[in-house]
Design a protein. Structure first.
Length: 348
């Protein structure tokens, strides 16, 4: 007799996010679909660049499903990009070998006012269609995750025109023209909240809010210039949909992330996970936090480090195994397999 199909709320990953007792720790990886997989490279070789892949629901769905077929993770995160809402607002978005590029960045009040109001159901409808395709093809036990970029991180790209080491233009606008900064962040927060809600309507069972560059701020500046708009998004997410908040290199912001009361907080690999559990005190689930660089070693070393990480958690409720950041492109798929297999065979 075949096992009964689990109800949506009974899925292992969702139960862990609710901090319920689970039979084993669920596992999924940030950037688990990507260049380290030969099947991904085959799809990309036939697509019209990276943006061609994310805008094509069938290609985005195929790439999303590839790591699930190969490794059997407990979560499938949609293959997409955090910057798509900026394009929807009217900004030109390009990708090349150096990463994302926005040729006409937002630098003035007039630039911010020119950003058009959009409805994700129309401007980002391909995201919803991709989610629907993945939902229909996923194994019954796998949780479908959607995501978006947090307002501060979206603002950093919009103002800098791409990635940055110093964020000079962002800081000039943020410090010198707070009224324009607040107008921009309000627009980004409202669009992000609508984008996440749209993804939930289209089948996403849990959501991730990526604030990749929040860790570049001091704690005081985070509270003044970023947290209010992140909180605006967190409060707007449908209550029945778990939300995980991620910020890179942001141990100094951990207490502020907890105060936002998301369902879970993703812990960067530079922070000791056991200490994070102690500080969280059972208020939220914690995701993480194996160093993605460890996957450049050997399957045996990955398995050893994964076991050590799980042992450090000591069976505490509310743990989702993940990396402290995304899978690196040179990663050997056998190392990813070792991580997932170790997690699947371990018991809390």
């Amino acid at each position: 007799m075949s096992a009964p199909t689990p109800k949506a709320g009974d899925k292992l990953l969702l139960r862990a996010l609710r901090r319920e007792t689970v039979e084993r720790t669920p596992v999924w990886l940030m950037r688990q679909a990507g260049r380290y997989l030969s099947e991904y490279r085959a799809v990309r070789a036939q697509a019209d660049g990276f943006l061609g892949m994310v805008r094509d629901p069938e290609l985005a769905a195929e790439v999303t499903l590839q790591p699930i077929r190969r490794f059997g993770m407990d979560g499938a995160i949609l293959f997409s990009d955090i910057l798509l809402p900026l394009e929807a607002l009217g900004m030109e978005l390009c990708f090349d070998e150096g990463g994302p590029h926005l040729p006409r960045p937002v630098r003035t009040r007039a630039d911010v006012e020119a950003l058009r109001a959009v409805e994700p159901r129309q401007a980002l409808d391909y995201v919803g269609r991709a989610l629907g395709l993945v939902k229909r093809a996923l194994p019954a036990h796998v949780t479908l995750l959607g995501f978006a970029g947090a307002p501060f991180t979206l603002a950093s790209y919009a103002i800098e025109g791409g990635t940055s080491k110093s964020f000079l233009e962002l800081r000039k606008l943020m410090y010198r023209d707070p009224a324009t900064w607040e107008l921009l962040l309000a627009k980004l927060a409202d669009l992000t909240a609508a984008h996440l809600a749209y993804q939930a309507e289209c089948g996403a069972e849990a959501l991730v809010l990526f604030d990749t560059w929040a860790g570049t701020l001091t704690r005081a500046d985070y509270r003044r210039y970023a947290r209010p708009w992140t909180e605006r998004v967190v409060r707007a997410v449908p209550a029945h949909v778990p939300l995980v908040l991620f910020a890179g290199q942001a141990e100094h912001l951990f207490q502020d992330q907890l105060a936002l009361a998301p369902t879970g907080v993703a812990v960067d690999h530079r922070m000791e996970l056991a200490r994070a559990f102690d500080q969280a005190g059972g208020r939220v689930a914690l995701q993480g936090n194996l160093d993605p660089g460890a996957l450049l070693s050997s399957p045996e070393e990955v398995a050893r480090r994964t076991r050590a990480l799980l042992d450090s958690v000591a069976g505490r409720a509310g743990h989702v195994l993940n990396l402290g950041h995304g899978v690196l492109p040179p990663t050997d798929p056998e190392c990813v397999a070792a991580l997932v297999e170790t997690a699947r065979s371990a018991r809390p």
